[in-house]
Design a binder for this molecule. Structure first.
Ligand SMILES: Cc1ncc(COP(=O)(O)O)c(C=O)c1O
Length: 357
């Protein structure tokens, strides 16, 4: 594959400078990648200036939510790198989501080239402080102009990127246990990274904020008994010095951070169990002091400690540590690997050569 570069993209890069406050997800790199699917095949990948896109009001993504996305990061702490972290795993999950949403598979080389090129061309804009990064957002939307409920025959694959500070400005989370609404059901779309799953979580997130919480803990759709995950993160706890996380089912998004932490825990000799976790048993073990730590993990959040779990009626269950020793050690190890300060397992990091223009 060779990347086509629109001349205006180079002008956009030369004219761009980072604002003083970058936040998370609000400062956007001045270029984006684009590749169109029509007549049964994906076309040429092109880098164009970042900007609004034109869609027909009848295009299917606007009505039937036929779309998927990914989220990954490139790090350039203290000028080293940029380093991409396990982006082949994001490519695999992207195509897993594509299959579930009746979107044609995107060739691996297009995904990888798009992600690597936006990192290379955004290299100058990646913040250098530990915890900051370039947050990269690949996505596919259904663009066919037709109101019939059937899979689109036209799609746009795009990649945008956002120079970003840490996701959670505050250090820890107060988490609402959602006992009524559910995020995913067996046979549904829970393992796909598709917008509808997130849209369905928003009502609870409004309720959570009104009640003084910052995030939601979802339980299984069938029984509302077993912990699944948070709205954009996986969940871990430490019970009797054992790291526990819900085992993957067809309703939980298989997080790449989750998978990385499982590997790191094994390397650090931290006892680990992937198992079904009953919410009421976990609450009991928090109350009697057996569960001492809990945290959320994901690309954006890295590891963010859970300070307390709580109910809609205001009852709360506080964890012993603001950030416990196991959470802290895993976070330090993961971030050191991602930022290129420590050697990680084979193939986790790819160094990208900054582009010259
Ligand atoms: C619903 C959900 N669960 C878990 C995660 C964590 O996945 P990852 O570690 O690959 O970012 C995410 C974020 O992508 C998510 O959206």
């Amino acid at each position: 594959m060779s990347l086509k570069i629109h001349p205006d993209a180079i002008t956009a890069l030369k004219d761009f400078s980072l604002p003083e406050q970058i936040g998370f997800g609000s400062t956007i790199s001045p270029v984006m990648m684009n590749c169109e699917y029509k007549d049964g095949k994906w076309g040429e990948l092109e880098m164009v200036p970042y900007g609004p896109i034109t869609l027909s009001p009848t295009c299917k993504v606007l009505h039937y939510a036929q779309e998927i996305f990914e989220g990954l990061k490139a790090y350039r702490v203290m000028g080293k790198g940029p380093f991409l972290f396990r982006h082949l795993e994001n490519c695999k999950r992207f195509n897993h989501s594509a299959a579930r949403m009746a979107i044609p598979e995107l060739p691996e080389e297009i995904f990888m080239e798009a992600v690597e090129a936006i990192t290379a061309y955004s290299a100058d804009f990646i913040p250098r402080e530990s915890g900051s990064s370039l947050y990269i957002r690949p996505f596919i939307i259904a663009t066919e102009e037709n109101l019939g409920i059937k899979p689109s025959e036209k799609f746009s694959f795009m990649v945008i990127a956002s120079p970003s500070a840490s996701y959670f400005a505050s250090g820890s989370l107060k988490v609402l246990i959602e006992r009524n609404a559910a995020r995913a059901f067996t046979g549904g779309t829970g393992t796909a990274k598709t917008g509808g799953n997130y849209a369905a979580s928003l009502l609870t997130s409004v309720k959570a904020v009104e009640l003084g919480y910052m995030n939601t803990l979802w339980l299984d759709g069938e029984n509302r008994k077993y912990i699944e995950e948070m709205s954009g993160m996986n969940f871990f706890a430490v019970v009797n010095d054992v790291l526990v996380t819900p085992k993957l089912t067809d309703t939980i998004l298989a997080g790449i951070t989750r998978d990385s932490l499982i590997t790191l825990a094994k390397n650090l000799n931290i006892p680990l169990k992937e198992e079904t976790i009953n919410i009421d048993s976990l609450i009991e073990s928090i109350k009697i002091g057996e569960c001492t730590e809990a945290f959320a993990c994901g690309t954006a959040a890295i590891i963010t400690p859970v300070e307390l779990l709580g109910e809609e009626d205001g009852t709360t269950y506080e964890l012993k540590y603001p950030i416990g020793p196991i959470s802290k050690s895993l976070k330090e190890n993961l971030l050191a690997i991602q930022e290129g300060r420590m050697e990680g397992p084979m193939g986790w990091i790819k160094t990208i050569e900054p582009a010259t223009y």
